[in-house]
Design a protein around this ligand. Sequence first.
Ligand code: SF4
Length: 367
Amino acid sequence: MNDVKLDLLGMTRDEALAAARERLSRGAGLAAAIHRIAHREGRLDPECLGASPRSADSWREHFSVGGASIVRTIDERDPTRGSPTSKAVLRSVDGAEYETVRIPIGDRKESQCVSSQVGCAMGCRFCETALLGKRRDLDAAEIVGQIVVARRELRWRPRTVVFQGMGEPLDALPSVQAAIAVLCDRNGLAFAQDRITICTAGHADGIRRLGELGLRRVNLSLSLNVADDARRKALMPLARRFTLADLRDALIAIRPRRNWQLGIHVCLMPGINDSRDDARAVAAFCRPLGRVMVHLIPYNPGSRPLARAPSEAEIARFVGWLRDEDLPVRRRITKGRSVMAACGQLGRTGPAPDGKEGFPGQDSNLN
Ligand code: SF4
């Protein structure tokens, strides 16, 4: 007999049915309903489905539903917006802590940013998570569990999910792939693939492997920041492994569908990547990639600032230069600045300190 409990949050309904048939001598017929309640309500509750005590015991002996608990939550309230931007810190049964963020979109919608790893090995110099190093990948149940536990305990109702929290998702692709299968299971949380976005720091091998998975409607964003190999290597150590040419080739090859749009993230850092030539280089990189949307993210200095924050005039000037190059551009709205809730800020808990030593505003999603 296998002693290891299976977490239903890491399983599609079909996988749960197969496991129940294999492991249980009684009560396997309840598997579909138990799986549904596990995903929608975050609990293992055979009794509410009429299971006998022995059957319920058997379920609990072999299966679990999520092991992580919420350690703390921090909200950033903005009177001009409806819901707050919120960060939740979760602790797994092994003590590992990781974070997930609810990002309001307009008055009524929200997106949830999930972590794929505890810490991160990529070492991006603008990112607080990088200072932790990578401790381990999260498994599929821990990734899905971020959404399930936030639904149950915090009443979050994300319409979209972005893999943009702690970790490089393409460095944890087996877990991310399994989590996407579970999230998109129509018998569970039933997210459409096009409501899910993977954000990579530029893992070209991961992009190629992602392409082989046939997830035709899942969205992808690249954290480009600077389209110059030497400076990109200085900012993002992953660029030493994968050059811009590698990335371009991988991105051209992946195109999963005709109208696919790739997200390109540029974190604007004065004196580092904000010149007219930088805008031209971004455009030159994007040109062979087909349909793209550039997301311009003003840099906010963290605990080890690389630069000052750009002024509104500098942001507008760079946006204008990109548009002069015929690139579609969106300027990210700052959210979560005071509570360390942006992607590049995750891994530090508690409110951002005030003043010079603090971690001032970071636009949501730096990855
Ligand atoms: S920006 Fe993303 S990939 Fe880079 S260190 Fe931070 S979490 Fe890792």
